[in-house]
Design a protein around this ligand. Structure first.
Ligand SMILES: *Cc1c(COP(=O)(O)O)cnc(C)c1O
Length: 439
């Protein structure tokens, strides 16, 4: 694919790997017209029901869900000390919250919402098709010996830069499946080690994420006992993530936050292939409609959603096509080519994309740790830079003016979606802190 970035300041900044903000000219307000889309708002409601039906099984499989009734939820925490530390002391920034998926149970990242959902749904369907779970049976039967013995004949496979592999591997092993994770060269060793300890087969590729996924898909195609979680195409992953919007709505209400025409809501969502942020965006549009404005954030060297969506091309544009390296410390976002499925759904639904430099990610990681004791991985901290772009960047000002909300920023709410971190081992986290202090 050849695509030339426009010869504008924006195009030059992207080509030079400098942080910037792109506003999506196709962003459209109004009810979601899903007639041409592969997913609909009704699917989000159905996914919520699936999660609820599976909750007792999740509770039976995971110690840490004993107290939650099987729900996999994270806290919504208003920024306090961190707010001033990263320069958001002005009233122009409205209210700021961290959505702490960094602490999500089971997988320690936002991938718990997608990977765990898809694996458990697959297990349930497989069991029903094979007569292991009848209409009236308790779904917890699937945590029993008979089901485990049956599941052990199947393999769940996935390609990953790390966290999706962790989530899918943990979920698959909890039910007794075999699991194979194809890791890209970006994958951190500790993620590999953790999977190996759980009995997951890890195939390490000397190539990037897209190649790791392709390899995993090819292996799976020839073998009916392999179920492939396809991050480039999966509706299940996408819909599993989308349910987070209901959780957010409930938590905002509890925090006394109104979301309406006078009180806009901004979301900042770290993006790799687009599944997690795309799913959350889709759910949020279904729940909050025109009053939510979702933005993705990507590393300045891996802005795959930005370059593809900006190109307007039918064929996928990769970051290599515009001369970028896809090299970043933010392994959760080290993806050169976005999902075509997500690109289609996001075309009119995504407000824009901003990019961040690795140095700033480490700076934010340090600030979040020093002020609030947060443990974020570099990918997660990318969300913290969003409000600055919307409130201060010229393209952000254009965006708010265009939507008539430039005077409502003081009444706006910003959600900084911290996507992962609690599983990062101490030693690795200390290295991040040391690195951050020296940059
Ligand atoms: C996976 C991941 C993302 C991005 O999700 P995609 O579905 O790949 O777009 C962001 N942050 C973290 C920590 C992740 O693990």
């Amino acid at each position: 694919m050849t695509y030339k970035l426009p010869d504008t300041t924006l195009g030059q900044e992207i080509a030079a790997g400098q942080p910037t903000l792109w506003v999506n000219p196709s962003y459209r307000l109004g009810a979601i017209d899903s007639s041409d889309l592969p997913v609909s708002p009704a699917d989000v409601v159905e996914a919520k029901q699936n999660w609820e039906r599976l909750a007792p099984l999740l509770q039976a499989c995971f110690e840490e869900l004993r107290e939650t009734g099987g729900a996999i939820r994270s806290n919504l925490v208003e920024l306090q000390g961190l707010r001033d530390a990263i320069g958001y002391d002005s009233l122009d920034y409205g209210r700021l919250f961290i959505k702490a998926d960094s602490d999500l149970p089971v997988a320690g990242s936002i991938k718990a919402r997608g990977g765990v959902y898809e694996v458990f749904l697959f297990a349930e369907n497989l069991a029903r098709e094979n007569g292991l779970l009848g209409e009236d049976d308790d779904v917890r039967k699937l945590a029993g010996d008979e089901a485990r013995a049956f599941f052990s004949k199947y393999t769940v496979a996935v390609g990953s830069t790390g966290n999706l592999g962790l989530s899918v591997g943990i979920a698959a092993r909890a039910l007794g499946f075999k699991a194979t994770v194809h890791m890209s060269s970006d994958a951190k060793q500790w993620k590999v080690d953790r999977l190996v300890r759980m009995g997951v087969e890890v195939v390490k590729h000397e190539a990037d994420y897209t190649t790791a996924v392709e390899n995993a898909r090819v292996v799976a195609e020839g073998d009916p006992t392999i179920y492939f979680v396809d991050d480039e195409k999966s509706r299940h992953l996408f819909l599993g993530y989308s349910v987070a919007a209901f959780e957010l709505a409930e938590q905002l209400k509890a925090a006394g936050v109104t979301v309406d025409e006078q009180n806009p809501l901004f979301l900042y969502l770290p993006c790799g292939i687009g599944g997690a942020p795309g799913g959350v965006t889709f759910g949020a549009k279904a729940v909050f409609g025109d009053n939510v404005h979702p933005f993705f954030v990507e590393p300045a060297q891996s802005p795959c959603a930005l370059v593809h969506m900006m190109s307007g091309s039918e064929e996928l544009v990769s970051v290599y096509d515009v001369g970028l390296t896809n090299k970043t410390e933010a392994d959760g976002m080290a993806v050169a080519r976005m999902s075509a499925f997500v690109a289609t759904v996001m075309r009119e639904m995504l407000a824009g994309v901003y990019t961040v430099a690795d140095d700033d990610l480490l700076r934010m990681l340090l600030a979040a740790h020093e002020t609030e004791g947060w443990r974020f991985e570099p990918s997660a901290t990318a969300a913290l830079l969003g409000p600055e772009f919307i409130v201060r960047h010229p393209h952000g000002e254009e965006f708010t003016a265009q939507h008539g909300i430039q005077d409502k920023l003081g009444d706006a709410t910003h959600i900084l979606w911290a996507t992962g971190g609690s599983f990062v081992p101490d030693e690795q986290f200390q290295n991040f802190l040391t690195e951050a202090k020296s940059t």
